[in-house]
Ligand binder design. Structure first.
Ligand code: PMT
Length: 411
């Protein structure tokens, strides 16, 4: 797992050095980010030597204190994307307040906002600062957002006082990281078939008909599923995207090729999530030579392609099958019809004409229509977040699908 360790400025900052070592021993890659205040207590060099990676300290300049450049200015986004878990230890009262408020005044606080990875915070501070209502309210805000707080230990503090506020023990912090990491890998043991992108249906050697799918939605699903521990097979139409880490990708061009690839890999899969925008029709004939221009209207006959989703659900068994519905009108009505006609467990409906939704956007606005009657309308969010919500729903449906079998085996 790629862990970003945020170190903020307190006496306990030196203990983060041991954390780096132990996290690495457990097989994690550690990227250290230090606040300005942390550098008053420990030098970046200590963490660079231990982690074997450049330590990130500033939002706008490189760690050597060089000139601000575009690369350093957007580095928090790159780090956010490659962070599987953000651990902040020690976390001062100041950094906790900033996280709670969404203040983005330096690299670590900006990274917290830019990242969708789970967050573990291990506070360390003076006892009165810890007990102060402001800190307790901020800690509660973070907890409500799903941040895991590692309760500080009680004992003699560097300030000379005794009470809660001492950084929790390394074992306790590692256990919290382990718990969060395990919860994130809730798709371990699953094999998920994901389709993404458009298909290209040839008219002649130089022309084809297609649609505006970029593949971003399907690739986001594949990436999120792989991060959550699934074996992912991505059947991809022609797109301009990099294969997400840990994903097996098969490239196809036409609806027919996509159908063949999906049916070939379906028997080994426990779930299928079909986000591809597959052509509904293909030309009856593909001209062997380029169709010549003429003054007369051109008529081309099309025939329907195979409905892959319907074919997948015909061989469904206990697999969880998710389809999408790209709609321009009567979204809910059409999506519910597709749920039934295609016999899917879940239909992810998007109004592709809505602002921030549909083709080639980085965000989407979807409603999840489930077989069991639950409709979940989600606000506009990144395609990565949409993917996570789809996977949450898939897990809920998997439990429901497996329940009758479990009950039968108890009889
Ligand atoms: O790729 P992006 O640029 O990120 O855009 C995302 C998206 C808009 C493509 C995506 O969110 C989406 O809506 N995908 C489904 C597009 C589509 O073809 O919808 P449909 O309503 O026409 O089809 C319904 C379902 O049947 C889909 O799951 C589709 O994969 C499937 N289908 C369609 C035709 C066909 N011959 N076989 C199929 O399996």
């Amino acid at each position: 797992m790629r862990i970003t360790l945020g170190v903020s400025g307190g006496v306990a900052a030196y203990k983060a050095a041991e954390l780096v070592r132990r996290l690495q021993q457990e097989g994690h890659t550690v990227q250290v980010v230090m606040t300005r205040a942390a550098r008053e207590f420990v030098t970046p060099l200590t963490f660079a030597a231990l982690s074997g990676q450049k330590v990130i300290t500033d939002l706008f300049s490189d760690s050597s204190g060089g000139e601000a450049n575009l690369e350093s200015a957007i580095e928090h986004i790159a780090v956010a994307q490659r962070t599987d878990l953000l651990l902040i230890a020690p976390a001062t009262a100041d950094i906790i307040a900033k996280l709670a408020r969404g203040v983005a005044d330096e690299f670590l606080t900006t990274l917290y906002l830019a990242s969708t990875a789970p967050v573990v915070v291990a506070p360390a501070m003076n006892v009165n600062m810890w007990n102060h209502a402001a800190t307790q309210e901020n800690v509660e805000t973070l907890r409500r957002r799903g941040v895991k707080i590692v309760q500080p230990d009680e004992g003699y503090l560097a300030c000379g006082m005794t009470g809660p506020g001492r950084l929790a023990g390394i074992e306790e912090i590692l256990a919290a990281v382990g718990d969060v990491a395990k919860a994130q890998r809730d798709l371990e043991g699953e094999t998920i078939l994901v389709s993404a992108g458009p298909t290209w249906e040839d008219l002649d050697p130089v022309r084809f008909i297609s649609n505006r799918s970029s593949g971003k939605m399907g690739y986001a699903v594949a990436e999120a599923a792989a991060k959550r521990g699934a074996k992912v097979i991505l059947i991809s139409g022609p797109v301009n995207l990099e294969t997400p880490a840990g994903v097996e990708r098969m490239d196809v061009r036409t609806a027919q090729e996509m159908h063949r690839a999906i049916m070939e890999r379906l028997p080994g899969a426990s779930m299928a999530i079909l986000a591809a925008a597959v052509a509904d029709y293909r030309p009856v004939e593909r001209a062997t030579e380029k169709i010549k221009k003429s003054a007369r209207p051109l008529t081309i006959s099309f025939e329907p392609t195979t409905d892959i989703l319907a074919d997948v659900t015909m061989n469904k068994g206990r697999k969880v099958v998710v389809g999408f519905a790209a709609e321009t009108d009567h979204v809910a009505e059409n999506a519910r019809k597709k749920l039934v006609s295609k016999n899917a467990d879940l239909i992810v409906a998007n109004d592709v004409t809505a602002e921030g939704a549909g083709f080639d956007r980085d965000t989407n606005v979807v409603t999840l229509f489930s077989r069991d009657g639950r409709d979940l309308a989600l606000p506009k969010m990144s395609k990565g977040e949409v993917a996570q919500r789809i996977l949450d729903e898939v897990i809920r449906l998997r439990v429901a699908l497996q329940a009758p079998a479990a009950r039968r085996s108890n009889v």
